[in-house]
Design a binder for this molecule. Structure first.
Ligand code: ADP
Ligand code: MG
Length: 686
């Protein structure tokens, strides 16, 4: 018998080798693969008539064969040629090495052809289109084909097959939501939802399934946060910090003036750390609002009071950057505080030295990645823990981090613009300071949305900026060419760019599949301006600070969520020089154009999120996920804000009636919550 905890190797056809590939996707058990939801679905478009066809578009075209199919030969390769259309417009159809196609098509008959349309020598042409009869296509049009997140060696087909095999088992999951809640919000049964999210019967069932699973995500998240009573109790502040002017003296030495929002946030923190209870605070501030210096001052304040502090960043690149910034600041201020770096890519020896430093210096400022919360990192006198870019971490990681000390102060920083009402639900236990101001002197980024024909001009512009001493980022959605997705990839892009830009401009490449050391060294070269143009994937999105960079060019901008684009754009406009963001819309979609226009017109993260929502409406979930980096697999806190509210209300109701989940009706829920927590720990390697 297979159940949700069975290892994935129990599925027929999955051996140890495939299982190890699945591990890279975080899939170990049968349950894991079912929770590997599709990223999107392929739906066959409505067939177009020949005179509606547009070049550069992938489409299904319905047409009558008007030219007898014939097979020609070029260098011994058979090429089947025919055409569809009317008197006014025709499309040539070509197949290579498929001579048998000739016999499948009859002159005068109508078929549907699916493929990309090119302009070849001034004729609309489709190469290797797939052929359907009208009936076949009508059947296809109804279906949704799941598209999954992949990794090397694991194809969409393999995942699809595996999930189909698993779903043949009936009822892998026990329904755990109390029927009262299911009734109130009209949520479908859990196993049904899981089946339908992978292979929906139609749009309606997909919507129903998704609603249930999104509800579950939010519900469990909030329940997990609220359930354990001790977390609802405030901890007594055992640290004794001095009332003095230490941070004011540092601030006076800064080369810039803090914004009043920064001053307010810092005052909140300093007050909290001297209060009766331990601090639990969220600093929310748009990209570029200057959160790092706030973190630094809080940590310096802690060191000045003889205690340790630690800041955890989601990437190596960002951790190293903070380390360099903090060192430079200490030097500038002429203060001697031990600064310790701890990241995963350091050698065993380097790590050992850092561990020793943690035990040696009671007032160290520690900077690092996830390595900070691994077992080997033991602190002494840890009084403040900070997570930068909190939305990249789970609540669980924040907890483990806090356990590294004895009730330390907790500060989390996030650039995700979340309306206050939602923030209170999502960060239930935290006080909030909003940094709603960017430094005065800064010039707003100039934006433009263009199509691919603009590229030569963009390259010229980048060349000019580089000649003026500046630097540029170019973002591609993909690392390398992928057959199923038509979008620019960084690997080929950098090669192409090499043939276009003059040889004295140094190019670099940065993407998630590179080793941490490689990433660090590329980022360091970019920071030192040894690389002038950096072609990258979204790895640069979080927190990176290279104030000398003035151009952000984003290829296939239509493929990114607006929040993500806003984050990317936040990588420029960080210095005194005028900066530019060039968004290349690689599609012909009007919706994409309208969405990008929002970004074009505003540099304000909060405004962008709410405008985007208005444009899309709550039913539109094929759109790109706005908050893809908050830890929910399906739920989007903006789009699904009303579900979030429902989940929050349900949790409150439930815990009011049955705070310990002891009631027999809630037994399954309690068990499920337990495995939710265990799975979460396993996924996060804790
Ligand atoms: P974020 O809030 O996105 O983390 P950072 O802390 O990285 O932003 O700050 C972005 C840049 O702005 C840094 O180069 C930082 O030194 C600079 N900066 C921060 N505060 C101010 C200020 N008040 N005036 C001018 N520049 C500032
Ligand atoms: Mg930052």
């Amino acid at each position: 018998m297979m159940d949700r905890n069975s290892p994935i190797t129990q599925v027929k056809g999955i051996g140890a080798k495939t299982a190890s590939l699945f591990e890279k996707l975080g899939v170990y058990t049968v349950g894991d693969i079912l929770l590997h939801y599709p990223k999107t679905y392929l739906q066959f478009p409505k067939a177009k008539y020949v005179d509606e066809a547009v070049e550069e578009e992938t489409a299904a075209v319905i047409g009558r064969i008007i030219k007898s199919p014939c097979v020609m030969r070029a260098r011994n390769m058979p090429i089947t040629v025919t055409a569809i259309g009317t008197l006014t417009q025709t499309i040539e159809l070509i197949w290579f090495r498929m001579p048998y196609i000739k016999n499948q098509l009859n002159l005068g008959e109508t078929y549907i052809f699916y493929g990309k349309i090119f302009n070849k020598k001034n004729k609309l042409t489709m190469e290797q289109p797939t052929i359907y009869t009208k009936e076949q296509y009508a059947a296809m049009e109804q279906s949704f084909l799941p598209v999954y997140g992949l990794t090397g060696g694991v194809s969409n087909n393999l995942i699809t097959k595996t999930i189909r095999a698993v779903l043949r088992e009936e009822h892998l999951f026990t329904e755990y939501l109390p029927s009262k809640i299911r009734d109130r919000y009209q949520l479908c049964e859990y196993n049904y939802a899981v089946k339908q999210i992978h292979f929906p019967d139609d749009m309606d069932t997909l919507i129903t399934a998704r609603k249930r699973l999104v509800f579950d995500e939010f519900f469990l998240f909030i329940l997990d946060m609220q359930y354990q009573k001790e977390k609802r109790v405030k901890e007594i502040n055992e640290f004794r910090f001095l009332e003095d002017h230490f941070t004011d003296e540092l601030i006076a030495k800064l080369p810039f003036e803090l914004t009043s929002a920064q001053i307010r946030a810092l005052a909140d923190i300093k007050r909290d750390m001297r209060g009766a209870y331990v601090m639990q605070r969220l600093i929310q501030g748009d990209v570029g609002s200057g959160k790092t210096i706030i973190a630094f001052l809080a940590m310096a304040d802690t060191a000045h009071n003889g205690c340790q502090s630690a800041i955890m960043a989601p990437t190596e690149v960002l951790a190293r950057q903070h380390y360099e910034t903090f060192r430079a600041l200490c030097e500038q201020f002429g203060i001697k505080i031990p600064i310790v770096l701890l990241t995963g890519s350091m050698t065993a020896k380097q790590k050992r030295m850092s561990y020793e430093a943690l035990l040696l210096y009671q007032n160290a400022m520690v900077i690092g990645t996830h390595a900070l919360i691994q077992e080997k990192a033991v602190y002494d006198n840890l009084a403040l823990v900070i997570t930068d870019e909190q939305h990249r971490f789970g609540v669980r990681q924040r907890e483990v981090f806090a356990k590294k000390g004895s009730n330390p102060h907790i500060l989390v920083m996030s650039a995700t613009p979340i309306p206050r009402t939602l923030a209170i639900i999502l960060y239930g236990d935290l006080d909030i300071s909003v940094v709603d101001e960017v430094p005065k002197k800064r010039l707003p980024v100039k934006n433009c949305v263009v199509d691919t024909r603009f590229r030569p001009k963009a390259y010229e512009f980048i060349e000019k900026e580089v000649k003026d001493g500046h630097q540029a980022y170019i973002i591609c959605p993909l690392v390398e060419e992928t057959e199923s997705i038509e979008a620019e990839n960084a690997t080929d892009y950098v090669k192409k760019l090499r043939t276009i830009l003059p040889g004295d401009i140094a190019l670099g490449i940065l993407h998630g599949q590179m080793k941490p050391e490689q990433k660090n060294s590329v980022m360091e070269s970019f920071l030192k301006n040894e690389i002038q143009v950096l072609v990258a994937t979204t790895v640069v999105e979080v927190g990176v600070n290279v104030p000398n960079a003035t151009v952000m060019m984003i290829e296939n901008a239509e493929r990114f969520g607006l929040a993500q684009l806003h984050q990317l754009r936040g990588r420029v406009g960080r210095g005194d020089a005028q900066s530019y963001c060039i968004m290349v819309n690689g599609s012909h979609s009007l919706t994409a154009e309208r969405r990008l226009a929002i970004l074009n017109e505003s540099n304000d993260g909060f405004k962008i999120a709410s405008e985007d929502l208005k444009l899309r409406g709550p039913g539109d979930f094929f759109g790109i996920r706005q908050s893809g980096d908050l830890q929910f697999a399906l739920g989007d806190i903006y789009q699904d804000a009303y579900v979030l509210q429902q989940a929050s209300d349900s949790v409150n109701c439930l815990l009011e009636e049955d705070p310990e989940l002891e009631n027999e009706n809630n037994k399954n829920l309690r068990l499920h919550l337990h495995s939710y927590v265990t799975d979460d720990r396993r996924q996060m390697n804790l």
